[in-house]
Design a protein. Structure first.
Length: 112
């Protein structure tokens, strides 16, 4: 039972010394500079400047040519609103090979 109490006391002394070392290390300039940089980045991330805000983007009107393309694209997508095919058609075809087929007329040895 005494051994457990001694280990308990040593554990809490080590924790106290570690905490003291961390607190004393906070007052060095090597720690402040990265802390300030991380803080500034976090603040800019949470509260971006007004010029980068999403609400103040200017509305850009597309040209007539672009508007015609967008209208044509939307019209074609509406026409094909019927049932879509289950499989997509690819321009490939399977060619039957000779591997694995047992051809008795083949006189070549299996291993050479």
């Amino acid at each position: 039972m005494k051994r457990l109490n001694i280990q308990f006391i040593i554990f809490w002394i080590m924790i106290a010394l570690a905490a003291l070392g961390i607190v004393l290390n906070l007052f060095t300039p090597e720690f402040f500079i990265p802390l300030i940089v991380v803080g500034v980045v976090f603040i800019l991330y949470k509260f971006p400047p007004s010029r980068f805000s999403k609400t103040q983007r200017p509305k850009i009107k597309p040209s007539k040519k672009t508007a015609a393309k967008m209208a044509a694209r939307s019209n074609t997508s509406r026409k094909s609103s019927g049932p879509s095919p289950k499989r997509k058609q690819y321009p490939f075809q399977v060619i039957d090979g000779q591997k694995g087929k047992n051809d008795p007329s083949d006189d070549a040895p299996k291993y050479h």
